[in-house]
Write a protein that binds this ligand. Structure first.
Ligand SMILES: [Zn+2]
Length: 136
């Protein structure tokens, strides 16, 4: 499976917020969310935070509110920043630096969003893609 998934002619748009509502965002994603492989990983941080991740392009993502509330957490090899609301602690996004080895060439402008923050969150409709991050 390519990462991120290859866009199709269809897309869907979503809004989300952290638990306290201080952090608000919106994005458009293709394939649409009900067809998108949502990553569920068993590594330590994904398990603790309950991440169910999707990867809209950065150009299709906007943080509407809460820039000042977001705090960042790094661990291990410190390749990425886990962003959470400093008020309510909700794990919202993962920030991947540009030119990261984690990303294939040309796709260094994606946002990593925890779908659990979505206003229309419904994991019954998701195509969950199990990722064995614990083994990496
Ligand atoms: Zn919050």
């Amino acid at each position: 499976m390519p990462f991120p998934p290859t866009p199709t002619s269809e897309s869907s748009s979503h809004t989300g917020q952290c638990h306290c509502g201080g952090v608000r965002f919106k994005f458009t994603i293709s394939p649409p969310l009900h067809q998108y492989p949502v990553n569920s990983c068993n590594c330590s941080i994904c398990s603790k935070n309950g991440y169910l991740l999707v990867y809209p392009f950065q150009k299709d993502f906007s943080l509407e509110q809460g820039h000042d509330l977001l705090k960042e957490y790094q661990f291990g090899s410190k390749h990425v920043w886990h962003q959470f609301c400093g008020e309510c602690g909700s794990s919202c996004f993962i920030r991947i630096p540009e030119k990261s080895a984690l990303l294939p060439d040309g796709s260094n402008s994606i946002a990593v969003v925890n779908t659990r923050m979505l206003d229309d969150f419904d994991d019954e409709k998701f195509h969950i893609n199990k990722v064995d991050g614990r083994s990496f």
